[in-house]
Write a protein that binds this ligand. Structure first.
Ligand code: SF4
Length: 190
């Protein structure tokens, strides 16, 4: 009995040690999640009016010499809209953000020209501001024929794209209403 007992104890002990060893060795081979130690930023998928929430994972500690990089984008499980899910378009957001075909510089085609040229923001912003101001001064209608205040602008229009973010669309709305601009087209529901 004493022998049986000691054999049982031996097998129990060695079995437990082996199991612990296997677990430890399996743990050693699990690579860290790519979202470990990332900065999480919440945003809204820009593609359609469903407005699914996404979490953007970024590495980089925001020090001056560190360039932050997006390593992962996923559905936000806290969102009552999508509860962590994304459709195939939303699930491809990371590829869109990282794409080397994405335009990141201003491109300008002068009236009558067939050529595009790159332009710096320092040149583009004053040019746009001056042209918007000139068009608004020319076309702004304060009162209609019956003397009613309308504060509207018919000689300009704006278009937006499917990849404008929720935040950009908010600012665009503020901007165009401040001009009195009515003609605006965007697939988000503004
Ligand atoms: S994930 Fe799909 S359904 Fe959700 S907002 Fe983006 S495009 Fe629309």
């Amino acid at each position: 009995m004493a022998e049986q007992s000691s054999r049982r104890t031996f097998f129990k002990k060695t079995g437990a040690t082996a199991a612990t060893g296997m677990a430890a060795s399996a743990t050693n081979h699990i690579p860290p999640l790519k979202t470990a130690n990332t900065t999480k930023t919440n945003s809204i998928c820009p593609y359609c009016a469903v407005g699914c929430s996404v979490t953007i994972h970024t590495i980089g500690d925001k020090a001056r010499n560190v360039k932050p990089a997006i390593v992962h984008i996923e559905g936000d499980p806290e969102s009552p809209v999508n509860r962590g899910t994304l459709c195939p378009k939303g699930a491809s957001l990371e590829e869109f953000v990282q794409s080397d075909r994405r335009l990141t510089k201003v491109r300008y085609r002068a009236a009558g020209s067939s050529d595009w040229r790159e332009m710096s923001w320092a040149e583009a912003i004053p040019m746009m501001a001056a042209r918007i101001k000139a068009s608004r001064d020319k076309g702004f209608i304060e009162k209609d024929e019956q003397g009613r205040t309308v504060n509207r602008l018919h000689n300009m229009a704006m278009i937006g794209g499917c990849t404008d973010t929720n935040e950009i669309n908010y600012l665009i709305s503020k901007f165009r209403f401040s001009l009195g601009l009515l003609a605006y087209e965007n697939q988000s529901r503004l």
